[in-house]
Design a protein around this ligand. Structure first.
Ligand SMILES: NC(=O)c1ccc[n+]([C@@H]2O[C@H](COP(=O)([O-])OP(=O)(O)OC[C@H]3O[C@@H](n4cnc5c(N)ncnc54)[C@H](O)[C@@H]3O)[C@@H](O)[C@H]2O)c1
Length: 366
């Protein structure tokens, strides 16, 4: 089935999602507030990344963009605009909306409202944590059960990556001060930008049945010089509903980067690593006395987003039932990000009470 897609944000992710949509054979209207961003898309980002501009993509400034009649709406703008754009997108009644990560700011503004509006209007929402639908993480999350690694002892995930690479992909930005990345309250810093790690940790925990994160003890290293205000390092110790302790590390300083995760059982382990070398993700595992197995998965960056959109298509068409990039999963990740900042500020362990919804009232001191 061919879908009609509207994309908000003609920046880095908006181009990836537009290109992936076109590869799927879908039609694309790409919108931005900034005419310079639309021009840059057509003359620089898209042709430089994918070889040539695609004339079938229609470019609009937001106010001139058509409303209604879309199958899918993608929100690929900075995090502090996600909630208002997603709420407005629900009013256009598409089949589904994909909102980029992090879903909102750590203040959780609009989070509960979005969950309620999506339910009331019966619009499916996905959140752009694309790593959990990549081939390597699908393999890593199903392996523990398939090979038998015993009782789950702990889970550890790191997304440690100097953000020089992000700025290299955004040559029009001088540094973190020019964008949300330099401000943790707007969804930037390592806690927001690399929240893929929290999300992947939660995905692994869900896959092996150890429950949701209910306790967070965090240390964050903030850079606040009166200009920028972001966390360069975010270290979390967490506890799940069934009492399992694990660790998550996110930073914007590590070079070369390390995006890695491990599920450790009493009788074996499964490890996942993104970008073990250029264009290769790796899954390795061991069960009992058997030797270590290694499987390399080759992929390109554009393929990450084709995988993500293929997943969304499969969910909408009913061939996949359960989505690890559902709104609920993205909101659970935001609760942990919010708990991390509160824990770091108060130097106390924070408990998450899921019965209070996606609001600051869900965060309590242990
Ligand atoms: N899933 C991933 O791997 C991945 C990769 C890159 C970025 N992202 C996420 O995508 C989001 C955007 O990041 P980016 O790197 O593309 O940023 P960017 O700065 O490259 O582009 C953002 C664009 O959004 C536009 N914009 C801002 N407010 C808008 C609005 N209300 N309506 C329409 N356009 C608006 C800006 O003018 C800009 O052109 C962030 O939340 C980021 O974390 C996710």
């Amino acid at each position: 089935m061919s879908y009609k897609v509207k994309v908000f944000g003609a920046g880095s992710i908006g181009n990836h999602l537009s290109n992936a949509s076109r590869t799927m054979g879908w039609s694309v209207d790409l919108c931005d507030l900034d005419p310079a961003a639309l021009e840059r898309t057509k003359t620089e980002i898209y042709p430089q990344r994918y070889g040539a501009w695609d004339e079938s993509i229609s470019l609009y400034q937001n106010d001139d963009a058509p409303k209604g009649g879309y199958d899918l709406i993608f929100v690929g703008t900075p995090p502090d605009s996600h909630m208002s754009l997603a709420l407005a997108a629900i009013e256009e009644a598409p089949k589904a909306i994909l909102v980029e990560k992090p879903l909102c700011g750590p203040g959780l503004e609009g989070a509960q409202e979005l969950a309620e509006a999506a339910k009331a209007k019966n619009v499916q929402i996905f959140v752009g944590y694309d790593h959990v639908v990549g081939s390597a993480s699908v393999e890593a999350s199903t392996k523990p059960q398939a090979i038998g690694i015993g009782d789950i002892e702990t889970i550890d995930v790191e997304f440690r990556e100097h953000w020089g690479g992000i700025f290299a992909a955004h040559p029009w930005l001088n540094g973190p001060e020019d964008t949300y990345l330099g401000y943790w309250q707007r969804g930037g810093g390592s806690s927001g930008e690399h929240s893929h790690a929290i999300n992947l940790w939660q995905h692994f925990a869900h896959s092996v049945g150890v429950g949701r994160i209910v306790e967070v003890s965090a240390m964050l290293d903030y850079i606040n010089d009166g200009n920028v205000n972001y966390d360069k390092l975010c270290v979390l110790n967490v506890v799940t509903e069934n009492g399992m302790i694990g660790r998550i590390v996110q930073d914007v300083v590590t070079n070369p980067p390390r995006k890695w995760g491990r599920i450790q059982g009493s009788n074996g382990y499964v490890e996942w690593q993104c970008g073990v070398k250029a264009g290769v993700d790796r899954v390795s595992w061991k069960s009992g006395d058997a030797g270590t197995n290694i499987k390399d998965v080759e992929k390109t960056r554009p393929q990450d987003f084709i995988m993500e959109l293929t997943h969304i298509k499969n969910v909408l068409e009913g061939t996949v039932q359960d989505s690890p990039i559902s709104l609920e999963r993205g909101l659970d990740t935001m609760l942990v990000v919010a708990a991390a900042h509160l824990s770091a500020r108060e130097k106390r362990t924070v408990r998450i009470d899921y019965s209070m919804g996606y609001t600051p009232a869900a965060l309590k001191f242990a």
